[in-house]
Ligand binder design. Sequence first.
Ligand code: PHE
Length: 504
Amino acid sequence: MTRERWSSRFIFILAAVGSAVGLGNAWRFPGQAFNNGGGAFLIPYFVALLTAGIPLLILEHAIGRRAQAGAPAALKQLHKKAEPLGWWALATSFVIVSYYAVVLGWVANYIYSSFTLAWRDRASDYFFGDVLQISDSPGNLGGFSIPVLIAVVITWLLVWLSLFNGVKTVGKVVMWTVPVPLALLIILMIRAVTLPGALVGLSYYLQPDWQALLKPDVWAAAYGQVFFSLSILFGIMIAYGSYLSKDSDLTTDGLIIALADAGISFLAGFAVFGTLGYFSNLTNTPIEEMSVQGVGLAFITYPEAISNLPGGAVSITIFGLLFFLMLFTLGLDSAFSIVEGIVAGLVDKFQWNKKKTTLGVCIAGLLGSLIFATKGGLYWLDITDHFVNDFNLIAIGIIQCFVVGWLFGAKKIRAYFNETSEIKFGRWWDIMIRYVTPIVLLYISISYLIENVQVNYGDYETRYIVIGGWAVVAATLVVGLIISIFRDRLPVADSQQASAEEEG
Ligand code: PHE
């Protein structure tokens, strides 16, 4: 069986950009910059991009291409004991996609309600009441929120359709899901920066606070943002690399993908802070008092700001639609890239039929989403996101650097990708993978553990943190280990082994 291929180099770049560019660019980056030194944040951000983001992105494409297989098999080829790491990454990404799809479901509700302007001037009530129908505590699931449930089913349907015919369909879908949100973002940005008061917002966003560069947490935030934004350490980029042919240029493409992702994050800040500046001016509310990141930004502050745009209902409808369609299309290709990473791992290992596996993973993902579609779902989403995303990501990063940099040899991988690439990387790359990235990650993980042991995240009761956080972390680890124990039916590379198998 020959491996699927991207139909062109351009499509591969689009698909990787599609995975990387997501909610992380639109709602995470601007807020991170704002909280961590404004314009000065660009320095740690670019340092993190150069020292960890780009080296790891290229590493993942390289090991995927080398193995022509998804994360578990690719890692196993580097070291025979490394397969569980790949499954751990995929189990983690399964958890993430199950709530990422729910967030897209919320976005879908806002798209729908843009036609009736149900969120106009009452975004907070609309969000917590109409959409989430939120319960009083994580312990009270309170049944499903029907609007969320319906939207989540539709989202999963779209994810499944985008992957229906494997890499071929992905190639067609990303021709839309990459340029469309980018165009929408540019329109939103132009509108934002031409609003009265926009400059005030932009100066919040960009005014450098150089003191911030002395704080280790600011650096940790920059590294965390880069990892999340590039979709690395989730097994996705390994799978995407495995559909490349052996002569592809890895370094140039990696640089293009990483810089496109960073550029789009930077642009998004103009759209967000230009609008917030206008809103702040209009309502005399300082920006410090607004939610500038995540759920609060996308579902409350931003819709409130749009509700007050000049031009009345028509303009509010249009800009509301543009914004939520942008979020949805940004997120959709990130969501299906996660599923593709999982499917690639399973199909490689068990030689299952790819179409059936895709359907199976989508159904399992939908079932996983159900808990987050309940009335208590937001709480669980918040807890799980905090623990699984941050903790697993860091731990996987450290181990992956160890496997590649020390057990297998950074130098060998570098020679491998340099060979077919126009831009050759020097020894600095080995130093990043062997020392810089793992040390930074170790620092982040220690301060993370200290922080989380000292105070309960988000003031949730300990039992909820244990169930939604640590137990899920443990579950991903256990699932990862269990799947690795199964005997693989990996395509056998050499004929000796093949005949041995036939006899056995
Ligand atoms: N990179 C995506 C974003 O910026 C998020 C993501 C993380 C997607 C991990 C897939 C895997 O939103």
